[in-house]
Design a protein around this ligand. Structure first.
Ligand code: GAP
Length: 441
């Protein structure tokens, strides 16, 4: 992990927030390569759950919502963790992580009994700090979709089963944030709320588990580091009847007391059956009809909700870990990020072999400008070719294209592959077609 954190800082993937002021703990900023990787990941998710399906509709609801939403959803009453403090070293723990132990795992001191701690961030809307203007920063994007259920029925008339999909920020005042971007207080979620007939819920839950598990595999996740773990009854969130986590084996332990091996398997995404809990709660609380008219049976029903809920930041971290390799090439260490071609921040780097030959530099720049219209392409002439290759490998650039003396004669360039390091000679007029072929599945 230290190597990945250091690479993220050194090469511009992820920076500590407000670093010049000593940093805001457990808060991170995505730098030039990081924002590309994160946007690519979100695009891949959106493509898979919205564009490639006939049954899901996109949404982007506001972060701030009416405070009654969070009363109805059960978050005001139930969205808390139990915390235990050490009377000796004063460290704070999630009681659940202590697995019944009354002794501080850090210093052996005595721990207090678990006390409830609500995880929602509270703030005030408007210029007067009074109770009536309290709003919460949403702890999940899901509610923005539930409260729009009736609007979607009116606007789009979808038939069951259908889903709503959303990517957005969520906030939780976590007791034990940490492990880089794994658990933070501000993070992004990608969630689908899939409405089904109650009798179909079990089957649809399984279909979504498979669909989402395969999404990670198709983007290059090593299947030995990915697994499914059903929740035990006592772990379920207050709204869920069943939940299966898609877990990744991270190179750190997120659940101390569970032990190193078990503790490094941690949740990337949860796929839950939320039943009709949310629609019923909002119907009761708002007084608005949240039912669906089933044309077949001519009855009104409250659909069940299947919810695949993933974390953008956690996925980015897992894909970075999954892609990081150190290899030996001619007695030198090569660090390479073998990110899937849909995720790689930069697709092509154009490198002139001789930077003191204006014809070569001009041609390389012209090729760069042309490729930029279609692919994320960069130009670099600030080092020897060996150094330039290493620099691109470290950030996962898929192809390095070199322009040399021979290019001026035969109008061909050398294209080097990041993973195999094999080289092709390709005509300049064929480049777009060549890359399109390589980057498509
Ligand atoms: N709407 C359901 C829901 O929010 P969750 O399991 O609490 O379920 C879903 O969260 C996903 O959001 C998790 O699988 C994880 O990837 C991500 N997530 C949750 N809390 C997080 C945190 N504090 N930091 C980073 N990601 C988090």
């Amino acid at each position: 992990m230290d190597k990945i954190i250091s690479l993220c800082k050194r090469r511009g993937f992820i920076f500590q927030s407000s670093e010049i002021y000593g940093g805001l703990s457990n808060t991170w900023d995505y730098a030039p390569y990081g924002v590309e990787l994160k946007n690519n990941l979100k695009r891949a998710w959106w493509k898979s759950v919205v564009y490639q399906r006939d049954d899901c509709l996109g949404m982007d609801a506001a972060i701030l919502m009416h405070p009654k939403v969070w009363e109805a959803s059960g978050h005001v009453a139930n969205f808390f963790d139990l915390k235990s403090d050490c009377k000796g070293c004063k460290k704070r723990f999630k009681t659940e992580d202590l697995k019944g132990s009354k002794v501080c795992p850090e210093c052996g001191g005595e721990l207090t009994e678990g006390k409830p701690f609500n995880l929602m961030f509270k703030t005030h809307q408007g210029p007067v700090e009074e109770t009536s203007s309290i709003v919460y920063l949403r702890p999940e994007t899901a509610q923005g979709m539930f409260v729009n259920f009736a609007n979607i029925l009116d606007a789009k008339h979808p038939k069951l089963p259908f889903g709503m999909a959303q990517i957005g920020k969520a906030f939780r005042n976590e007791i034990t944030p940490g492990n880089f971007t794994f658990r933070t207080r501000e993070f992004e979620q990608m969630e689908v709320e899939y409405f089904v007939k109650p009798e179909d819920a079990e089957q649809k839950l399984q279909e979504w588990i498979d669909y989402r598990f395969n999404w990670y595999l198709n983007l290059g996740m090593n299947k030995d580091n990915l697994r499914l773990r059903p929740h035990a009854k006592d772990e379920l969130a207050h709204y869920a009847k069943a939940c299966v986590d898609i877990e990744y084996r991270f190179p750190f332990n997120t659940r101390g007391a569970a032990g190193i091996e078990e503790g490094s398997w941690s949740e990337l995404e949860g796929v839950a059956n939320r039943t009709d809990y949310d629609l019923m709660q909002h119907e009761k609380s708002s007084g608005k009809d949240m039912s669906y008219f089933d044309e077949e049976t001519k009855t009104r029903i409250h659909p069940y909700i299947i919810e695949p809920s993933g974390g953008v930041d956690r996925s980015v971290l897992a894909f970075l870990v999954n892609a990081y390799f150190e290899e030996k090439v001619k007695d030198e260490k090569r660090v390479v990020l073998k990110l899937h071609h849909d995720l790689a921040p930069v697709k092509i780097a154009v490198l002139p072999l001789l930077r003191n030959r204006p014809e070569i530099v001009d041609l390389a720049r012209k090729i760069t400008q042309d490729l930029k219209k279609t692919f994320v392409t960069v130009y670099d002439d600030t080092g020897s070719i060996g150094k330039l290759y290493r620099r691109q490998d470290e950030v996962g650039t898929l192809k390095c294209l070199t322009v040399d003396v021979q290019t001026l004669e035969d109008k061909q360039v050398t294209v080097r592959d990041r993973d195999t390091m094999l080289q092709d000679r390709v005509g300049i007029d064929r480049l777009k077609e060549y890359f399109r072929e390589k980057f498509n599945d």
